[in-house]
Design a protein around this ligand. Sequence first.
Ligand code: ZN
Length: 76
Amino acid sequence: MITQQKAKMNNELLSVLACPKCKGDVKNSGSFLLCKTCKLAFPVMENKIPDMLLEDAWDLDKAKRHGFRHNFRLTK
Ligand SMILES: [Zn+2]
């Protein structure tokens, strides 16, 4: 398992992460990384690994309605 190692890298990871759509900065908001430009919210999994796939991203509004919480799990 390399999950713990990945979690440790999270802070460093955040600084290099960019929105896959506009390549802009994303903002950490607890359970989501937010791109204000695209109004997208990328879910962060329970092991702190963000899911930066566009197809998994939520609308910013939807994330807001859910209080920036999600119950996604690492099932893939
Ligand atoms: Zn973007």
